[in-house]
Design a binder for this molecule. Sequence first.
Ligand code: GDP
Length: 424
Amino acid sequence: ENTDQNMNLVIAGHVDHGKSTIIGRLLADTDSLPKGKLADVKETCRRNSKPFEYAFLLDALKDEQDQGITIDSARVFFETDLRKYIILDAPGHIEFLKNMVTGAARAEAALLVIDADEGIQENSKRHCYMLSMLGIEQVSVLVNKMDLVDYDQDTFNQIVEDYTEFLEEIGMEADCFVPVSGLEGANIATLSDETPWYQGQTVLEVLDSFENQKLPEDKPFRMPVQDVYKFTRGGDDRRIVSGTIAAGQVSVGDEVVFYPSGKRSTVKSIEGFNRAKTDTIGPGFATGFTLDEQIFIKRGELATLADETEPEVTSRIKTNLFWLGKAPLSKNKEYQIKLGTAKVSARLEKIERVIDASNLSQSQEKDQVERHDVAQCVFKLNKAIAFDLATQFEKTSRFVVVDDYEIAGGGLVEEAIEDKQSWV
Ligand code: GDP
């Protein structure tokens, strides 16, 4: 087991279903609170004659962070024997979504909280849909407030059945379902006597069984070109092509092809930044390489290997996206699309369908995409870009839409549509 990696976690679900309470429990049950914090908060509640709530722990920590007392600001974390968990904001928040679509924050796994008494609600569905579009594949469902339904197994089973059906519709699968009570601490750190019919994992065990996501080494080599630096060595003009490897590996002597230009050359040396010199480098590393021949390539191209699968190259793409912009996505406006390091102008050409993520109802007739909608639509780009399809490799398929300098949407490319002319 890898113990030196943190895990970024999302806790999602409908409002009031118990997210903060469960986070408070996790903090308390893993002894991750600052010393005396639990007693402090309990004492404050007693003095104000209000009942203690685990959700208050979260508020108390946030207050502390606001005052700059805690170093690790704005993020809540707790620690198990295995690793440290960092809780990112809940996906209902627009800022969180923006961070996720831009890759500024990367969550690897999610807990989705559903109130056993109230049942599956709009956001129980919407959030999970978004998680799936954001590429978060490890999701476990906590059926919370089991105390309110007398820890009834049938109620739990019904939610499992209904929610599994919904997940199937969006092509997802939950790792597991856990009946819990955040209030009473049932099945969070230890299995509860109240649910003798449940012999599965506790929430902490579920968390520790999530896997840190590794970038694939066995995929074709992909490196979006970040920059090309010029330098002189031994009187020769040289260039280093730099970027972060998204997938695969590259070695000295490999023939690389850059797309969309199609230019090719051979890797002469691999320049590690702050790293020992190497002949082969794999995914996740910021790196640079020099080439045998001086070819002119630019930021925005995708570096690949000549003997591996080619990427898609086109200027018309069918996408699946969700829209966050205040102004709807419409046809009479120019947007920017950023994919990898490429940035191009884009126009919405066609809306194939708009999906309401909360109930999966579809509509074909819409002429614009409203905030929070998920849509399948076609964009025409002002020039060709190189990418992979979502079904092939998601990381080089993910893009964001910029509207007036603001991230307004994000999604994945589903289909490369052949296109010979650019619109200008
Ligand atoms: P959030 O909006 O999802 O963060 O929900 P909170 O954690 O703030 O909880 C909303 C309300 O539900 C609070 O009054 C909690 O005390 C209550 N609650 C949370 N978990 C449980 C539970 O397991 N059982 C019961 N009975 N109430 C709970």
